[in-house]
Design a protein around this ligand. Structure first.
Ligand code: G3P
Ligand code: MG
Length: 246
């Protein structure tokens, strides 16, 4: 039955931007997510040595730029000219690593963001900087923040309790629903059951699910009432979710 928390259809989050259409975590991939009207674009953020918040899933630049260096070891000026599009396709050779600030400016009024904090431990000001940028750009209601690190989410809530936070879980251990500094759980699809969704909703928390690229699984998750599906293929997810009359 249709049991979603806020009584809407399951929302769609385009993973790393629309990363099946354009190189992940670039303005081109966010643009592609906007074009297909995803509800959210998920992006991964890290901090450079000189404290600039930039988009990258990996800690190093090997896969996306062919450079075997870690982002936290480099200053922004050392990475801003790198081509992070050609590995995906020659058509994207002009893509650069965007700063979060550029992404906020670009996305405003067009798409909401799920900002995933990667390895915040390396810089103790990471969360402060992130919240500062979100507030400066008026994104408090247009973004959610997720992380595998509960400590990081605790710091976020302390800085701004109104911003929604999500704890990313790659497995399920015992009863986790009552964690205080969390508004939603972001779970690997194979761990999500109807019972988990029901229990989470009882405590007022949402269930987001990643990374779902299979039609049958989108269908199953939608039926058990998950709130948000994170996918590399938002067009496929939309066609399943909107073909249902529930
Ligand atoms: O948002 C959840 C998902 O993005 C976590 O996995 O490795 O793609 O960041 P990863
Ligand atoms: Mg991510």
């Amino acid at each position: 039955q249709y049991s979603i928390l806020h009584g809407e259809k399951t929302l769609i989050t385009s993973h790393r931007g629309f990363s099946a259409m354009a190189p992940e975590n670039t303005l081109a991939s966010i643009d592609a997510a906007i074009e297909v009207m995803a509800d959210y674009a998920e992006i991964d953020v890290r901090m450079t040595k000189d404290g600039v918040v930039v988009l990258s899933h990996d800690a190093d630049l090997k896969r996306t730029a062919g450079v075997n260096k870690k982002i936290w070891q480099l200053n922004y000026y050392e990475i801003e000219e790198l081509d992070v599009g050609s590995w995906f396709s020659k058509d994207f050779k002009d893509e650069r690593i965007p700063t979060l600030e550029q992404v906020l400016e670009y996305s405003k009024g067009k798409i909401k963001l799920n900002i995933e904090i990667k390895n915040s431990g390396q810089n103790k000001d990471f969360e402060k900087k992130l919240i500062g940028l979100i507030e400066e750009h008026g994104f408090e209601d247009s973004c959610i923040i997720s992380s595998f690190s509960y400590d990081s989410l605790k710091r976020i809530k302390k800085l701004n309790p109104d911003i929604k936070t999500g704890y990313i879980l790659s497995a399920v251990y015992g009863e986790f629903y009552n964690l205080k500094d969390v508004d939603f759980f972001s779970m690997r699809y194979n761990f999500v059951s109807e019972r988990i969704v029901t229990e989470a909703h009882k405590t007022g928390k949402e269930i987001h699910v990643w990374t779902v690229n299979n039609e049958t699984i989108v269908d199953r998750l939608t039926r058990i009432g998950v709130d948000n599906i994170i996918t590399d293929d938002p067009v496929m997810a939309r066609s399943i979710i909107y073909s249902k009359d529930f």
